[in-house]
Design a protein around this ligand. Structure first.
Ligand SMILES: *[C@@H]1O[C@H](CO)[C@@H](O)[C@H](O)[C@H]1NC(C)=O
Ligand SMILES: *[C@@H]1O[C@H](CO)[C@@H](O)[C@H](O)[C@H]1NC(C)=O
Ligand SMILES: *[C@@H]1O[C@H](CO)[C@@H](O)[C@H](O)[C@H]1NC(C)=O
Ligand SMILES: *[C@@H]1O[C@H](CO)[C@@H](O)[C@H](O)[C@H]1NC(C)=O
Ligand SMILES: *[C@@H]1O[C@H](CO)[C@@H](O)[C@H](O)[C@H]1NC(C)=O
Ligand SMILES: *[C@@H]1O[C@H](CO)[C@@H](O)[C@H](O)[C@H]1NC(C)=O
Ligand SMILES: *[C@@H]1O[C@H](CO)[C@@H](O)[C@H](O)[C@H]1NC(C)=O
Ligand SMILES: *[C@@H]1O[C@H](CO)[C@@H](O)[C@H](O)[C@H]1NC(C)=O
Ligand SMILES: *[C@@H]1O[C@H](CO)[C@@H](O)[C@H](O)[C@H]1NC(C)=O
Ligand SMILES: *[C@@H]1O[C@H](CO)[C@@H](O)[C@H](O)[C@H]1NC(C)=O
Ligand SMILES: *[C@@H]1O[C@H](CO)[C@@H](O)[C@H](O)[C@H]1NC(C)=O
Ligand SMILES: *[C@@H]1O[C@H](CO)[C@@H](O)[C@H](O)[C@H]1NC(C)=O
Length: 417
């Protein structure tokens, strides 16, 4: 089983920090999908090498999450996690140090129960001990799962309480050691599927986007844009779907955690992962909010959940302009029409220059509205920047009013034609 929705939090309210750790969504590589439990030092080194050579580290993917199964199955006689020298012969610290030399940080994984999902020791009752071990081994991030949990009559705590045990331990450890606190990633359950799973997650996110800002990111799950082991260039997605996937994850400020065997990923899939215009917005140092939907489309009412046809019209702000994400959830080509002022971040009565973040081209200037033609399951990721006031209304033969029936004269009369 695999976690679906995760919340990445940094305990900024508990520990005073000013170094910015955890402010932006995490970017990196997660071992789970490519390897499951079956990985070793060579595999991690090979991934790190290939991330470096592919330019992914440079693009911002600067961490590797050891997602489960990296210790011995038994604790030592004093209850400590033990290194598995058979699979990691150089020792964890040596490996994480070598990753650091490549500019890659290492992320640990554990569990709020007796065991991890893979059946390795869980941290319940060992929170402090395990955190010290992870620190000693050179980790700086902790993905925390929810398998093998004790009976409720033992913990008297729900999932929140069990996670709080580790959250408090992280805060205390950071205070005591004067290190930056561990990033903490909390996960719920679910299964990763093809396109239909992506739309379900996007539908879900359309009701949770507001929870996203600096130091708190809805983790929309591992990116599987590349090969997932079947020798198929983009797994089970078309290139248009893979672009939609990456766009949604980046603009909704999800952590960008790749979990795919890079060795087999196609050039096209790798290029998708390296889209610097989208990564720039995911990692925006000034604007932490996610984009949000302004219209569902497809003749559907707004704010109603539809797992196969989620909201199609999204917008938000960034340091680089007003962001639009238009998503064609239909199986046929669609003309996507938007009145610009449907986005809260657009100013009325202004012209906007359009920049396409997939073709990396300037696509002219729009006034009042725009129409983009999208292939089935395709996406447009656009940046709009102010290009001055609209020409005088007389030049247009249109009233100076985006939605003509809303504007009134000072005497209160509506415009009418
Ligand atoms: C992991 O490394 C081993 C060598 O230690 C190799 O045989 C195996 O193919 C690697 N696994 C993957 C998925 O690359
Ligand atoms: C890791 O171990 C190898 C072999 O013992 C050694 O050559 C290398 O310097 C070590 N690297 C680090 C970063 O400790
Ligand atoms: C807790 O509940 C389990 C299962 O219902 C029961 O077997 C066990 O004895 C209880 N433990 C305690 C400490 O009450
Ligand atoms: C979103 O997903 C969570 C976790 O799976 C679920 O509890 C919730 O009902 C979903 N919400 C929507 C609106 O789909
Ligand atoms: C990579 O692709 C080749 C052939 O395309 C296939 O034989 C191999 O199993 C794939 N390896 C992985 C790890 O997916
Ligand atoms: C793609 O997903 C569909 C629908 O779930 C499934 O039937 C098909 O086997 C999948 N193909 C691959 C290559 O995973
Ligand atoms: C979801 O939207 C599609 C397309 O508009 C529609 O056909 C379908 O009936 C909707 N499903 C639900 C559950 O509302
Ligand atoms: C968008 O964010 C930028 C950068 O923080 C800010 O300067 C600008 O005022 C914001 N625009 C809106 C409409 O909030
Ligand atoms: C922007 O222009 C490029 C180059 O002409 C084109 O390929 C792309 O489809 C355009 N984008 C949109 C959203 O229309
Ligand atoms: C879109 O805006 C143009 C002016 O740029 C205007 O002529 C046209 O009527 C508008 N279309 C709609 C459907 O509002
Ligand atoms: C766009 O604006 C036009 C003109 O005000 C209006 O008739 C139309 O209903 C609007 N469309 C949407 C989708 O907001
Ligand atoms: C309100 O002012 C407008 C513009 O000057 C004018 O055309 C309209 O007749 C006025 N309405 C009334 C009820 O006076």
């Amino acid at each position: 089983m695999k976690p679906l929705l995760c919340l990445n939090i940094l305990l900024s309210s508990v520990v005073a920090i000013s170094n910015g750790v955890g402010k932006l969504p995490k970017m990196g590589y997660n071992t789970f999908n490519a390897f499951g439990c079956n990985y070793n030092e060579e595999n991690v080194s090979a991934i790190a090498q290939s991330m470096t050579e592919e330019g992914l580290v440079e693009a911002g993917y600067n961490s590797i999450i050891f997602d489960d199964c990296f210790t011995m199955k038994e604790r030592s006689n004093i209850g400590e996690l033990q290194e598995d020298y058979e699979r990691f012969p150089s020792g964890m610290r040596n490996l994480t140090d070598r990753l650091k030399e490549l500019g890659i940080s290492a992320s640990a994984y554990s569990d709020a129960g007796y065991k991890t999902c893979g059946g390795y020791p869980g941290s319940y009752g060992h929170e402090e001990q395990d955190l010290r071990t992870f620190r000693k081994w050179g980790f700086d991030y902790l993905k925390y799962d929810n398998c093998y949990i004790p009976f409720d009559n033992i913990t008297q705590e729900n999932v929140y309480g069990r996670y709080a045990r580790m959250a408090n331990t992280i805060a205390a450890e950071a205070m005591e050691t004067k290190n930056a606190p561990f990033w903490f990633s909390l996960c719920e359950w679910g299964w990763q599927q093809p396109w239909s799973a992506l739309t379900a997650i996007i539908d879900n996110a359309s009701f949770h986007y507001w929870a996203t800002n600096f130091y708190g990111h809805n983790d929309m799950d591992i990116l599987e844009v590349g090969n997932t082991g079947q020798g198929d260039p983009v797994g089970n997605l078309t290139i248009d779907e893979a672009k939609s996937y990456f766009t949604a994850w980046a603009l909704l400020k999800s952590p960008l955690l790749i979990s795919t065997n890079l060795v087999n990923a196609s050039q096209e899939a790798r290029e998708i992962l390296k889209n610097h215009d989208l990564i720039k917005i995911n990692q925006d140092p000034n604007v932490g909010e996610s984009i949000s939907p302004f219209r569902w489309g497809n003749n559907q009412p707004d704010y109603v959940s539809n797992a196969t046809h989620p909201a199609q019209f999204w917008s938000g702000n960034s340091s680089y302009g007003v962001v639009f994400m238009l998503l064609n959830t239909l199986d046929t080509q669609q003309d996507m029409f938007v009145n610009l002022t449907e986005s809260w971040a657009i100013r009325a009565g202004r012209l906007y220059d359009v920049f396409d973040m997939w073709t990396h081209t300037r696509n002219g200037t729009v006034m009042r509205n725009m129409t983009v033609t999208l292939p089935p399951h395709g996406v447009a990721a656009l940046l709009l920047n102010d290009a001055g006031p609209e020409p005088e209304p007389s030049m247009l033969g249109l009233p100076y009013c985006g939605v003509y029936y809303q504007c009134t004269w000072p005497n209160g009369s509506y415009y009418s034609n």
